[in-house]
Structure formats: C-alpha cells, structure tokens
Design a binder for this molecule. Sequence first.
Ligand code: ZN
Length: 147
Amino acid sequence: MADRNYTEKTDPSRKPCLTAVLRMAGLRPTRQRVALAELLFGGPHRHISAEELHSEASIARVNVSLATIYNTLHQFHEAGLLREVAVDASRSYFDTDTSDHHHFYVEDEQRMIDIPADSVKFDALPKPPRGMSVTHVDVVIRVRRHQ
Ligand SMILES: [Zn+2]
C-alpha cells in the first residue's frame, strides 16, 4: 500500500485554477483563501492539522492567525473541499482527499496513512436511528511502532 503522505508525484490536474475551485465551491476567492488553498491543494493529497497549516503559512509568509486558519479549514470542509478526520477530542486532521477511504493513525508520530475503502469490510453495521441514514463510515485504526 502506498503511503500517499510521502508521494513526491504531483497530479497536474489538481494545480490551479484554485480561484475557480473556490468559486465553484461557493466561496469568495479572497487573497487569504487562495493563499491557503495553494498550500493545501498545490501538491499531492495530504492530511494536515490546523497548527501544521499555520506554521506552513508562516514559512510561506502568508500572514494569518490560527483562528483564521481554523475558520478557513472549516469553510473548506463545509464546502466539500476537505474531509475532517477527528483522531481525538482535541485533534483533527483535514484530508485533501475527499474520496471514501479509511486511516491508520500513527500515534507516536501523529501522522495519518490512507487505507483504501475496499480493504475494510463490515459484516454488520447497526441500523441508523429512525428517520436517519448513514452518510459515511470513518475508520481510524491507531497504530504505533514496535519499541
Ligand atoms: Zn486520507
């Protein structure tokens, strides 16, 4: 299984025009949004926390507060551009790959690795509560390296 976090290959189809991508998602392409979208979507698919994006933004001289980063990530998520994967109450990752798949979470490295959707099988899922339907099932398998 390929670890897409470390794939150097860049898919040219995902390169700009990010302005158009934002517009199509119903978001006004402000300078900050475009700059953050460039950091997020300018390369291969990845998983990133708000704090990681904040430090990348500082390095790229995109001057935004952590609060703005959080807001923008949530707006991108609401618009369907990102998927949010919560690993615990205090930590979420944003995944630029919004397709159906699952994750390994490497606890001691705080890193996510993709698992293809079809390699996780369910024999029985509980029926959703009355009047509700399942939107998707997120599996996070926590792992750590042998000592
Ligand atoms: Zn993923």
